[in-house]
Design a protein around this ligand. Sequence first.
Ligand SMILES: [Zn+2]
Length: 258
Amino acid sequence: MLTFRNTNLGVGLLLLALLLWDGWHHVPWWFYALLVFVYSLIMFYGVYFIQSGFFMKTLYEGPPDAGRVIALTFDDGPSAEHTPRLLDLLKEHDLKAAFFCIGKNIAGNETLLQRIVQEGHVVGNHSFTHDTWFDLFPVRRIAAELRETDRRIESVTGKRPALFRPPYGVINPNVRDAVRQTGHRVIGWNVRSYDTMTGDNQKLMARLLRLLKPGAVVLLHDHGKKTLDVLPGFIRAARERGYAFVRLDHLLNVEAYV
Ligand SMILES: [Zn+2]
């Protein structure tokens, strides 16, 4: 399996072989350049593809025998502007989802966070700041963000999240080490909607339906109007195709809280 450790071992051995060969027979410089290039590509894959499990084990899909069940997840809330409408919509469609909340968004939205839990949804940790440079923070700072978000969620809802979704889905050795300290399970996805980036509703709907598959964990956001506009149609279309919506922790068979 392609992991951080295996890659370092393999590339280290290749480098050693090249150096030995170089001592005996001249090795062209581009051999080394190629090795660096391939190593960088593999690192990129490991950092940006949460399904890769490159740095650590992540949960991102239901079991192979899950059948036609899928889970919806909403990141970056709670949002006073959009989350209430989303909750109305989920209630209307009798659907339970998972909300990966940003710690700093909780202040002022405490009632909203309580409503999420009261209506049967699950709350997970999505860092405190969701800072652009989050992945470059030292281990101690990343771990402190996770703990602070847990603390705020627990003080409002009485529940301490066991699930963490990294901002931007990025995992690197620092994020991995921080998560090892805090003990969270890392949650990814296997259907990325790009709901915050896709230009129009039709494209978003077409993408969601194209990627629909048994055991899917769908990544959406509750800070955009487009998601809310497309969701009712998507729920209807998925159900027509025989899919049922289940809550993330049930699909993955994990405990949502400590
Ligand atoms: Zn996010």
